[in-house]
Design a binder for this molecule. Structure first.
Ligand code: FE2
Ligand code: FE2
Length: 188
């Protein structure tokens, strides 16, 4: 879904700062669950959306628990979420009025999943610890499915041609936002 590749220097930096990445990643999973539930709250009458998003919230909470468990085992505590300028910038692109708002919320969520999928896969390839690498490789596969889920929901609830055109616009904006942020040992 994303329209650019991450700077190749990111993976080595993230692998070297894996404790910080785990902490940021735990918050990403928690926020993914929260986003899914906020879509349920906003569109309770959309049956497929409610089914898909409530199932997704469970899955993301399971990811949060798995990442948090790893942090604890490494003797680290989860700190407060310092905020995510990447996701905040993307959310500003969501149009205010329906039905465009639903399309944009789903596509932005799909782009975040898609970028996360790319980065988790890059991290898996850069990690020396085979067990942790396998954990990240398995999560990357799951996030790819989430990106597709969001795009397919967007296509279901709006004209698919309009959705694809908007996705191309938002993907170009996402690439610019991702490229404009400093390289840091965090997921975005
Ligand atoms: Fe996840
Ligand atoms: Fe996800």
């Amino acid at each position: 879904v994303i329209a650019s590749r991450t700077d190749p220097r990111w993976a080595a930096q993230a692998a070297a700062g894996i404790d910080g990445v785990l902490e940021d990643h735990a918050h990403c999973e928690r926020k993914a669950a929260a986003t899914a539930l906020s879509l349920v709250a906003a569109y309770p009458e959309r049956e497929r959306l409610v089914r898909a998003m409530s199932a997704l919230a469970l899955e993301e909470i399971a990811h949060f628990r798995a990442v948090h468990e790893r942090l604890c085992r490494r003797g680290r505590a989860l700190g407060r979420d310092p905020g995510d300028p990447y996701a905040q910038s993307l959310r500003r692109l969501v149009r205010a009025d329906e039905p465009e708002r639903l399309t944009d919320r789903l596509l932005v969520a799909g782009l975040i999943e898609s970028r996360s999928c790319e980065r988790l896969g890059l991290l898996a390839a850069a990690l020396a610890d085979p067990e942790l690498a396998a954990f990240y490789a398995s999560l990357a596969r799951v996030e790819a499915g989430h990106a597709e889920l969001f795009v397919s929901l967007a296509r279901e609830y709006a004209d698919p041609g309009c959705v694809d055109a908007r996705l191309a616009e938002l993907a170009a904006a996402e690439a610019e936002i991702a490229a404009g942020l400093p390289l840091e040992p965090r997921i975005h």
